[in-house]
Design a protein around this ligand. Structure first.
Ligand code: ZN
Length: 318
């Protein structure tokens, strides 16, 4: 989990808790500004105090407890008589499990994990990310296409990969296909599902990565490390559209190699989608990138031949 996002989510959780506490304090103050209510509330508080004191001295407080119950009922009756709902002075919470503390038995509560996912999705650059889920995947979009069998099988395989992550056979996935065959939607489903799992996923297009690397090379201070840091440290790096970016001398290939090597050494996962095939990758990036990308030990590579869905779907609507 990304520590920066976690801190953000924890800060949001604290804001929510503060909101409820303030709401409660305001309501108590509002009710205590009404004489009739304040009088019975004071009575109630006096009894509570007497019970605590009695308990501290080991005295029998059972009569006081019965009295407290009676006064509480009277106090509720006054609340209702004044036109307020019975739960007006009950403390409210957004998360009924951790009561907006963020932890339960020392473990992070699901509400914080969900907040981390929401922030991660907000920051993620996949367009319309919410639209892409394995659950809503409709294989009929491939009906009648050359890639029908391959793509539906690949969707299932990638869903299994995400479900089992990080306990998977291959750390790297390379998806190769011409434009329009459907791999970007598949990659988007993977990103969405991994974020939901709490995985620190960083999605970047090869084009954006090139820009980042230029910034890295033209920044002469230590501040430049920030450009590399996320690429090297995230749990899963997704490089989309490898091959469309221009090759910049001493930048593109060298940095791609650094990223791939360092991630391999750190045991981190990388998913790459590309419009090139293995030969195209060899021609564009050279043997070192090629052999790193297609290392059989580490990589599951798939080539998907097929039709351009955009053309087919246009045809259908005409
Ligand atoms: Zn919670």
């Amino acid at each position: 989990m990304d520590i920066v996002l976690l801190r953000q989510a924890q800060s949001e959780t604290l804001q929510i808790r503060t909101y409820h506490e303030r709401l409660f304090a305001d309501r108590v103050a509002e009710m205590r500004s009404i004489d009739e209510y304040r009088e019975i509330d004071d009575q109630y508080l006096d009894i509570c105090f007497a019970i605590s004191k009695g308990e501290a001295y080991g005295e029998d407080t059972s009569a006081l407890e019965i009295e407290r119950e009676r006064v509480a009922k009277d106090r509720d009756a006054i609340l209702v008589k004044l036109g307020y709902p019975l739960d007006y002075l009950l403390k409210s919470h957004t998360c009924p499990i951790c009561l907006d503390v963020g932890y339960i038995d020392g473990e992070l509560c699901d509400c914080v994990k969900k907040r981390v996912a929401i922030i991660a999705k907000r920051n993620c650059k996949v367009p319309n990310l919410d639209k892409y889920t394995f659950e809503s995947f409709d294989e009929s979009i491939f009906e009648g296409t050359k890639q029908y069998k391959a793509m539906t099988a690949l969707y299932r395989a990638m869903q299994t990969y995400v479900d089992k992550y990080p306990h998977v056979r291959y750390r790297n996935i390379v998806l190769m296909s011409p434009t329009g065959v459907g791999k970007t939607s598949l990659v988007s489903c993977m990103v969405n599902a991994l974020i939901d799992k709490g995985v620190d996923v960083y999605y970047i297009t090869a084009f954006e990565m090139n820009d980042l690397m230029v910034k890295y090379h033209t920044t002469m201070t230590d501040a430049r490390e920030i450009y590399m840091q996320k690429l090297l440290s995230c749990d899963v790096l997704v490089i989309d559209d490898l091959g469309v970016e221009p090759i910049l001398n001493n930048v593109t290939v060298e940095n791609l190699l650094t990223v791939l090597n360092e991630r391999k050494n750190s045991g981190l996962h990388t998913i790459i989608s590309t419009n090139l095939d293995a030969e195209g990758i060899m021609l564009k990036y050279g043997e070192r990138v090629w052999s790193r990308l297609f290392d059989r030990e580490d990589t599951l590579a798939r080539v998907i031949e097929g039709d351009d869905l955009r053309i087919i779907n246009n045809g259908k609507t005409r």
